[in-house]
Ligand binder design. Structure first.
Ligand SMILES: Nc1nc2c(ncn2[C@@H]2O[C@H](COP(=O)(O)OP(=O)(O)OP(=O)(O)O)[C@@H](O)[C@H]2O)c(=O)[nH]1
Ligand SMILES: [Mg+2]
Length: 452
C-alpha cells in the first residue's frame, strides 16, 4: 500500500445497491475543502462547526446537479479516523454514489484502499491494533455470541489484558537490567527467584489466553457438527427439522443421502455448521462408497459428531467404536432417534429425540451448546483470543518466557534473560500494535472491506 498519510481519501461506506440512503466517506486534511468544492448549501462547510449536519446539493464538474444530500462534518481529532472527515448521505442509488465519487476523484481525492479508514484510526491512535481488528469481526459476526465476543475485543478487553502482561514483563525486565548494571560489583540486588516467579505468573496468564482460543474460534467461526450413523436412522430428518425446511431428501430406503450436505444455523445464539452425511455401511455401489468416504472425511473435520441410532434397531457398536478412533468420546453426542415409536432403548444415549415430532430436540440443542463452549470459565467479561494471529504471537511469547526461566534455572548471565524478556515484550506489543510493521498492517487491513 503506497500512500501518504496526508492524502484525502473517499469510499462508499454502505453496501452497493439500491436503498433509502447511501453514505460516502471522505477523510484527510483536505476533506472539508474538497467536499466544499462540489457542494452548495447555505454556508461553506469550512465555516461550519464539527458534528453538524448540512443540507445542500452536490454538483458535477459540468455543473449538473447530482443529488440533494446531507453532509455530516467531523473535525479532527473527534472523528473515526482522527482526521477531518465528512460523511455524505445521498439517495441510495449506485449511479448517484458513483457520480459523487467521480466528482471527488476529479478534485484529486483518492479512492480508499480496503480498511484504510480503520487503518488511519489505528495510526492516529484512535484505537489499538486488536481493537481495529475487532471492527471487521463486529461487522462480520453472524450470531449473538460471536457479536458479543467481537464487541468485547472492540471495547478493549483483550488489549487491557495484553497491556497488563506487558507491564508485568517490563517490571521483570527492569529488575534484570538493574542486576546487569551492578553485575561487576558482585552484589545481588534482585532475588532471581522472585523474577522467575513473576515470569511464571505471566506464562500462566498467557496459557489461559491460549486456552481461550478454541472457545474464541468457535465463537467467531462457528462449530462444525457432523450428523453420523448407520443408514436410515434419521440423520437427514434431523437436519431438516433443525433447518425448519426440507433441505435433504428423506426416505425409508437406506442409503438415501449420498453426498455430504452442509448448512449453517444458529442454535441459542451459537453459529453451527451442520453436515448431514451418508449413512455408513458396507457400500453396495461406487457412488455410495464415495459417499461413505466423504462421511468419514466429515467426521475427521468435525468439532462435534452427533452419532445417531434408531431406537427400533441396533446401536451399531462397531461403527461407533470406529468413530471413537477419529474423534474423542467427549466430542461425540449419542442420540437415540424415533422415540415416537417406542422408548425401549437398545443402548443408553446422551439425548433421546424424535426427528419426526421434534420431541427432545430442545434438550439436544442445549447439550450441543454446552459441549461446544466447553466447561469454560469465560464470562461476559473475560478476554478471549479469537484470532489466529494473536494465538501464534502468544505461543511465541510463551516460548521466549520459557527460555528465560530456563536461563535463570541454569544460572546463565542476565543478558540472556533480558533478551528473551525483551522479545516477549515486543511480541505482545504486536498484538495491540505498539510494535508494528507495514507488512503486519497491510496483512490485517487488506482483509477489510472498502469503505471501512
Ligand atoms: N417414526 C419416525 N420415523 C423417522 C424419524 N426420523 C426419521 N424417520 C424416518 O426414517 C426414514 C429414514 O430417514 P432419513 O432421515 O432419510 O434417514 P438417514 O439417516 O438420513 O438415512 P440415509 O441418508 O439413508 O443414511 C424415513 O422414512 C423417515 O421418515 C422419527 O423420529 N420417527
Ligand atoms: Mg440421509
Amino acid at each position: 500500500m503506497l500512500y501518504s498519510h496526508e492524502d484525502t481519501i473517499t469510499a462508499i461506506a454502505t453496501p452497493i445497491g439500491v436503498g433509502a440512503i447511501s453514505v460516502i466517506r471522505v477523510s484527510g486534511s483536505q476533506s472539508i475543502e474538497k467536499v466544499d468544492s462540489i457542494f452548495r448549501g447555505k454556508k461553506k462547510l469550512e465555516d461550519s462547526k464539527s458534528h453538524t449536519i448540512h443540507y445542500g446539493r452536490i454538483y458535477s464538474q459540468s455543473n449538473e446537479v447530482i443529488d440533494d444530500v446531507l453532509i455530516s462534518i467531523f473535525k479532527k481529532p473527534n472523528s473515526y479516523t482522527g482526521e477531518d472527515s465528512i460523511e455524505i448521505s445521498t439517495h441510495g442509488n449506485p449511479l448517484i454514489t458513483q457520480k459523487i465519487i467521480d466528482a471527488l476523484l476529479e478534485n484529486n481525492v483518492r479512492l480508499a484502499e480496503p480498511g484504510e479508514f480503520t487503518k488511519r484510526a489505528f495510526l492516529n491512535g484512535r484505537m489499538d491494533l486488536a481493537q481495529a481488528e475487532a471492527v471487521a469481526d463486529v461487522i462480520n459476526s453472524r450470531t449473538e455470541v460471536s457479536l458479543h465476543g467481537a464487541r468485547n475485543q472492540l471495547d478493549g478487553l483483550l488489549s487491557k489484558k495484553i497491556d497488563l502482561l506487558r507491564e508485568m514483563l517490563i517490571h521483570s525486565s527492569s529488575l534484570i537490567e538493574l542486576e546487569l548494571d551492578f553485575a561487576e560489583e558482585d552484589i545481588q540486588f534482585v532475588s532471581l527467584k522472585e523474577v522467575k516467579e513473576e515470569i511464571e505468573d505471566i506464562i500462566a496468564e498467557i496459557e489461559e489466553l491460549l486456552k481461550s482460543y478454541s472457545f474464541g474460534k468457535i465463537v467467531r467461526d462457528g462449530v462444525k457438527v457432523a450428523l453420523v450413523g448407520q443408514p436410515n436412522v434419521g440423520k437427514s430428518s434431523l437436519l431438516n427439522y433443525m433447518l425448519k425446511e426440507s433441505r435433504a431428501i428423506v426416505s425409508h430406503i437406506p442409503g438415501t443421502t449420498r453426498d455430504v450436505i452442509s448448512e449453517e444455523i444458529s442454535v441459542e445464539g451459537l453459529f453451527i455448521k451442520l453436515f448431514d452425511t451418508a449413512g455408513i455401511r458396507f457400500a453396495e455401489d461406487d457412488i455410495e462408497k464415495e459417499g461413505v468416504e466423504r462421511s468419514r472425511q466429515a467426521i475427521e473435520n468435525a468439532d462435534i459428531v452427533i452419532y445417531m441410532f434408531d431406537v427400533t434397531s441396533d446401536f451399531g457398536l462397531e461403527l461407533y467404536e470406529e468413530i471413537e478412533k477419529t474423534i474423542p468420546e467427549d466430542r461425540i453426542i449419542t442420540v437415540a432417534n424415533k422415540i415416537d415409536l417406542g422408548k425401549d432403548l437398545s443402548h443408553s444415549a446422551d439425548a433421546e429425540i424424535s426427528a419426526l415430532t421434534g420431541e427432545g430436540i430442545p434438550e439436544l440443542f442445549s447439550l450441543l451448546k454446552e459441549i461446544s463452549l466447553g466447561s469454560n470459565i469465560y464470562t461476559e467479561k473475560s478476554a478471549v483470543v479469537s484470532s489466529l494471529r494473536h494465538y501464534n504471537i502468544l505461543k511465541k511469547a510463551k516460548e521466549n518466557l520459557f527460555s528465560a526461566v530456563k536461563s535463570i534455572e541454569n544460572k546463565l548471565s542476565g543478558e540472556f534473560i533480558a533478551v528473551d524478556l525483551r522479545n516477549a515484550e515486543n511480541l505482545l506489543g504486536e498484538i495491540i500494535g505498539k510494535v508494528s510493521t507495514d507488512d503486519i498492517l497491510n496483512n490485517i487491513f487488506s482483509k477489510f472491506c472498502i469503505g471501512k
